[in-house]
Write a protein that binds this ligand. Structure first.
Ligand code: NAD
Ligand code: WQD
Length: 346
């Protein structure tokens, strides 16, 4: 019989891509999302890819009674937990918003899971838990450090809570530490929907190329790297989504335990390399200037993802050019949809 998986935050960027992969891997999916950073139309877009309806609960995971209702109505076999706020800069301005949503959400979810004897959970963490590292690639055994933002604190605290529940309360947990997720589904039906001015590099690049932003500012070219710009491990969101299905399969098959996996390609790229890859795939010359360093930026970090490759049998399929190509096609589709909406009579 098919297992039903609850995906919290399943209408968001990574969640929506994961719902597609779960449905295509023969899981039934139930989504809970409060639409704080997504729109309900994403459910229809997912269905347009998979031809399978998405069972959607519009609700907040910090609300225990909504979660209880969901767990009473559905036979949940496991959970993939994405729902969280994720803007590092905003978390510095509004720390309580982050502690409340991300930590409270995790605790409430796990309490209701516990009450309903659902013990399998895959949790979205981040390479931010490694802090300002000096030597890449970084393996899961690398010590985590004091967080550099309230957002990072929420990931560290949630990791710790999950580890304890696995140790003492029978949970089976997988912690996935993502590096830099980018790109979009090849259908161009789903992708990232940044609200306002994007903080992240790739949406800023695509919005600049689309004429929404005047120019990109590269945050510093005086780092100790080959071209002076920061190095990151960019990972295609579809590869990331597929890793969640593998992680879930693994979690369902393991005994009480907690495992941590890095998810990255294992290759670092500088900001200038990303710009160059974008220009090559899109054929567009990107207006950019070199600016000051951004406070809090780590100089260079990329993953040692050997553990995920060996244990989850997961290998990323997409390279940097594929990532830029899909990100650009998604931006073009978004701009066309916005134009269509704007030209419709009110
Ligand atoms: P996203 O904002 O696109 O998706 C999160 C979804 O959760 C949104 O649809 C939002 O409406 C929903 N949500 C938030 N709080 C909720 C709540 N209390 N109840 C119900 N729904 C709620 O973010 P994303 O990029 O898809 O990130 C997913 C997860 O991965 C997050 O936990 C994030 O911290 C983590 N992560 C993201 C990145 C990244 O660069 N995108 C990197 C590392 C880790
Ligand atoms: C990438 C590189 C910037 C924008 C963040 C979070 C991290 C994780 C992933 C959630 C950096 C440079 C960027 C711009 C630039 N999220 N840049 N001009 O900072 O590696 O990670 O997202 O867990 O926790 O901190 O990603 O995309 O913001 O930046 O030059 O306009 O691009 O300096 O070197 P980052 P990013």
């Amino acid at each position: 019989m098919k297992k039903t998986i609850l995906v919290t935050g399943g209408l968001g960027y990574i969640g929506s891509h994961t719902v597609v992969e779960l449905q295509e891997s023969n899981y039934d999916v139930v989504v809970i999302d409060n639409l704080s950073n997504s729109i309900s139309e994403v459910a229809e877009k997912i269905t347009s890819i998979t031809q399978i309806p998405v069972k959607l609960y519009i609700g907040d995971i910090t609300d225990e009674s909504s979660l209880k209702t969901l767990f009473e109505q559905e036979t949940i076999g496991g959970v993939i937990h994405f729902a969280a706020h994720k803007a590092v800069g905003e978390s510095v301005q509004k720390p309580f918003k982050y502690y409340r949503n991300n930590i409270d959400g995790m605790i409430t979810l796990q309490k209701v899971m516990h009450q309903h004897h659902v013990k399998t959970i895959v949790f979205s963490s981040s390479c931010t838990v490694y802090g300002d590292t000096k030597h890449s690639p970084i393996a899961e055994t690398h010590p985590v450090t004091e967080a550099i933002s309230p957002y990072g604190t929420t990931k560290l605290v949630c990791e710790q809570i999950l580890k304890e529940l696995c140790r003492y309360s029978g949970f089976k947990g997988i912690i996935l530490r993502y590096f830099n997720p980018v790109g979009a589904h090849p259908s161009t039906c789903i992708g990232e929907l940044p609200l306002g001015v994007p903080d992240n590099l790739v949406p800023y690049i695509t919005q600049t190329a689309a004429g929404i932003r005047e120019k990109l500012t590269v945050f510093g070219n005086d780092y100790n790297t080959a071209d002076g710009t920061n190095i990151r491990d960019y990972i295609h969101v579809v590869d990331l989504a597929r890793a969640h299905v593998k992680a879930l399969d693994y979690a369902l098959s393991m005994n009480q335990d907690c495992e941590i996996f890095n998810l990255g390609t294992g290759t670092g790229h500088s900001v200038l390399e990303v710009i160059q890859a974008f220009e090559q795939t899109s054929g567009i010359s990107l207006p950019y200037v070199i600016g000051a360093r951004r406070t809090g930026d780590v100089e260079q970090i990329w993953a040692d993802a050997t553990k995920a490759v060996q244990i989850l049998n997961w290998t990323p399929q997409y390279n940097l050019h594929d990532m830029m190509d899909s990100a650009w096609k998604w931006q073009v589709a978004l701009s066309q949809n916005n134009q269509k909406r704007a030209s419709k009579p009110a």
